[in-house]
Design a binder for this molecule. Structure first.
Ligand SMILES: [Zn+2]
Length: 91
């Protein structure tokens, strides 16, 4: 489980995600499948909000060790977009 405190924690992961450009599939709001198109590897990323804090977890080796991986960066950006769309519909 990774606590998402600030964007700079994800800076390296975000730039890796920009290079790898993985495919992010939405399982449901808060659950994403991140696919590395080059290797075919798939990982599950879960995003959750607890006590006003944001958390993410990834099924990859780095993610299970609490490191911010590019799968989390990719999924979080999809999650933020979805959350913004949901908020926009909730006027
Ligand atoms: Zn990962």
């Amino acid at each position: 489980m990774i606590q998402l405190t600030s964007a700079d924690k994800l800076t390296n992961a975000i730039s890796k995600a920009r290079t790898v450009k993985p495919l992010v599939r939405v399982n449901r709001f808060g659950s994403y499948t991140v696919i590395n198109k080059a290797t075919g590897a798939t990982y599950t990323v879960e995003c959750a909000k607890r006590d006003g804090k944001r958390f993410a977890s990834c099924s990859c080796v780095a993610g299970t060790r609490g490191k911010a991986c590019y799968h989390v960066a990719a999924a979080v950006s999809a999650h933020m977009q979805l959350a913004a769309e949901r908020a926009a519909l909730n006027f």
